[in-house]
Design a protein around this ligand. Structure first.
Ligand code: NAP
Length: 310
């Protein structure tokens, strides 16, 4: 095997297509089902070529396309990974719940998960008023009332984005200061976006269909209020899936995501990373771009094509 790609989201599937079309023998291993976080996204409206498409449907189309080229093994998780001496021609050994692979290169496309606040109603109303990605789903709330939870750069960037879309947005933060950059705080004030300080969401309330309000607790005086909303964006950070990367000695950035160069190479020879795992914009289109670049870098490093000598 030339290349093992771990993760069957947009980055991993695209890497698979590009790798095989470049002549590599490759496989995609996915411990769950194909699609990554996109498969959990009710509607995608910013993937060029599809004005609106359910996330699951988009990923089914993408995985069918990938399967024309290589196996995409769902339910096959990598349990351990050992790096041989690549310079001496040794390979990388991966043990899964189904077998052992020996590969010349590995692309990590293991993604990340949105951090949850973990209150009642959050899971129940996901996709029905509860959202984690304003650039993905903000447009659905034009003219409606929405709360954003968080006080970091994402929460404030999202709040400004939603306001710009014509959403009636309020920020809810658990402390009395933001950790977001000053220019974002200044923009929030300039746009007169209201902030509810020192406040935590206690429960997410709704009817049988959708979210209708948030029950809030003031953390200073313990008072409880209800805030009627049409939706809520939770922007309290992401948890990248870096366990395998760490096992391989891949360098992790201060923000917890994997460090790559512009060719998606990590600091470990023949180990690449692509998609949400590398941080940044974290969109389907960027994951796809990174997946294709990672595959071509793996191809270059394995095959030493003629253009590398120039
Ligand atoms: P972050 O910087 O870790 O901020 C998370 C925010 O959520 C914090 O304000 C935190 O509150 C709050 N929070 C965490 N857990 C919570 C909980 N259980 N309940 C309520 N609130 C909770 O995450 P981020 O804003 O997603 O940013 C991640 C990285 O991306 C950062 O490095 C950021 O700079 C970068 N980023 C940059 C830009 C930009 O440059 N425009 C835009 C987006 C993201 P506390 O403050 O009280 O801890």
């Amino acid at each position: 095997m030339d290349l093992v790609i771990i993760g069957a989201g947009p980055a991993g599937l695209t890497a698979g297509i590009y790798a095989v079309r470049a002549g590599l023998k490759a496989v995609v291993l996915e411990k769950n089902i194909v699609g990554g976080q996109v498969a959990l996204t009710p509607v995608v409206e910013n993937y060029p070529g599809f004005s609106t498409v359910p996330g699951k449907q988009l990923m089914d189309i993408m995985s069918e396309h990938a399967r024309e080229y290589l196996p995409v093994n769902e339910g096959e998780g990598v349990e351990s990974i050992t790096l041989g001496d690549i310079a001496a021609g040794e390979t990388i050994t991966l043990t899964t719940n189904r077998g052992i692979y020996s590969a010349k290169a590995v692309i990590l496309a293991t993604g990340s998960a949105y951090r949850q606040i973990g209150v009642p109603g959050e899971t129940r109303y996901f996709g029905r008023g509860i959202n984690y990605c304003a650039s993905c789903d903000g447009y659905l709330y034009k003219g409606k009332k929405v709360a954003i939870i968080g006080g970091g750069n994402t929460a404030l960037t999202d709040a400004l984005h939603l306001k710009n879309l014509g959403v009636d947005v309020t920020v809810i933060h658990r402390r009395d200061t933001f950790r977001a950059q000053k220019p974002l705080q200044d923009s929030l004030a300039r746009e007169e976006i209201p902030v509810i300080w020192n406040t935590a969401v206690e429960t997410i309330e709704g009817d049988e269909k959708r979210v209708t309000s948030l029950r809030l607790r003031n953390l200073k005086d313990d008072s409880i209020t209800d805030l009627p909303v049409d939706g809520c964006f939770i922007a309290i950070g992401q948890v990248p899936s870096t366990d395998l990367a760490k096992t391989l000695g891949v360098k992790i950035k201060e923000d917890g995501f994997v460090e790559v160069d512009t060719a998606m190479r990590t600091n470990v020879p023949h180990v690449y990373a692509a998609g949400d795992l590398t941080g940044g914009l974290q969109q389907i289109v960027t994951a796809i771009g990174e997946g294709s670049i990672a595959a071509m870098s793996a191809f270059e490093d394995i095959s030493n094509p003629y253009w590398k000598d120039k």
